[in-house]
Design a protein around this ligand. Structure first.
Ligand SMILES: [Fe+2]
Ligand SMILES: [Fe+2]
Length: 257
C-alpha cells in the first residue's frame, strides 16, 4: 500500500495539474470499501456507550466530542466540528486558499471555505441546498447561491470557465449516470443569474482542491470568518434565525431529541 502510494506520488509530480487533480480524487477513493455513505449525523450510538451516563439517552454535551463555547462563532464550528472530518476540512481550506492565492474577492474565498460544510457536519445528500440554508442568514446572497448551486454545476462541463465533467464522477457514479432533471434545471437557472460567475469559481476551485499532501491552517481564514461572515452576538445556534436549529444540531449531533 505504501509502495503504491509512493509510486503514485512520483507519477503525480510529472503530471499536468488537471490530470493530477483527477488522479488524486481517484486515489482518495481507493481503499474505501463502504459504498453507501451514512450521514455524519447519527453515526454514534447514543445509548449505554462508554463515557455516557448509563441507561440514559444522551441530551446535551457529548463527552466524546470537543466542547463548544457558549456563544460559538463560525471559527469555533470549523475548529471543533468541521475539523473532525479531516479530509472534508482540508478540502474546503484548500479550495479557499486556491481562490485567495488567485486574488479573488473575499466572497469567493468565503463561498469556497463554506461550500461543503453540510457534507462534513450535517448531511451529504443534496449538500449544496442544506449548506446554503445553514449559512443564508449570515452571508451575502451571492455566497448563499454559490454554495447552493455548486452541487448542480459540478455535473456539467463549462468551457467558458475551462471546466470539464470530473473524471472521477464517471468512476464512482458509473459512465451511464445522468444528473437528475432538477439538477439540469438548477444549472439552466444558475446560468441566467448575476452570481453565476461566483458559483463557477467555487466549482473550479472545488475541482482542484483535493491534495492529501497539502495542509492549510484554519488560522489563515480567521479574519475572513469574522469580517465576511456575520457572526451573531448570541452565538450561532442561539440567535433565533431560520437556521439556528441546524447549527444546534451540529453542536449536539447525538441528542436523542
Ligand atoms: Fe460540494
Ligand atoms: Fe467540494
Amino acid at each position: 500500500m505504501l509502495r503504491q502510494a509512493r509510486t503514485a506520488a512520483a507519477q503525480l509530480r510529472t503530471t499536468a495539474p488537471r490530470e493530477k487533480a483527477a488522479q488524486l480524487e481517484t486515489l482518495m477513493l481507493e481503499g474505501h470499501t463502504v459504498q453507501v455513505q451514512p450521514p455524519w449525523l447519527g453515526n454514534v450510538t447514543t445509548y449505554n456507550q462508554r463515557g455516557l451516563p448509563s441507561g440514559r439517552f444522551l441530551m446535551g454535551d457529548d463527552p466524546r466530542l470537543p466542547s463548544m463555547p457558549d456563544k460559538p462563532r463560525l471559527y469555533d464550528f470549523y475548529a471543533q466540528r468541521v475539523a473532525l472530518n479531516h479530509t472534508g476540512f482540508q478540502h474546503m481550506l484548500q479550495s479557499a486558499a486556491l481562490a485567495q492565492d488567485k486574488g479573488l474577492a473575499d466572497n469567493v474565498v468565503l463561498a469556497c471555505l463554506l461550500h461543503d460544510i453540510s457534507v462534513t457536519s450535517l448531511i451529504r445528500t443534496d449538500h449544496g441546498y442544506w449548506g446554503a440554508q445553514l449559512i443564508e442568514p449570515y452571508v451575502d446572497a451571492e455566497v448563499t447561491q454559490a454554495v447552493r448551486y455548486h452541487q448542480a454545476l459540478r455535473y456539467f462541463a463549462e468551457p467558458e470557465f475551462d471546466y470539464d465533467y470530473p473524471a472521477f464522477y464517471g468512476e464512482v457514479f458509473g459512465e451511464s449516470y445522468e444528473p437528475a432533471p432538477y439538477l439540469v434545471e438548477a444549472r439552466d437557472f444558475a446560468r441566467t443569474q448575476p452570481w453565476y460567475g461566483l458559483a463557477m469559481q467555487v466549482v473550479v476551485n472545488d475541482f482542484y482542491a483535493f491534495d492529501p499532501n497539502r495542509v492549510i491552517e484554519l488560522e489563515r481564514f480567521e479574519l475572513l470568518m469574522r469580517t465576511a461572515f456575520r457572526n451573531p452576538p448570541e452565538g450561532l445556534g442561539f440567535d433565533k434565525s431560520p437556521s439556528s436549529h441546524m447549527w444546534r444540531t451540529i453542536i449536539w449531533p447525538n441528542n436523542f431529541l
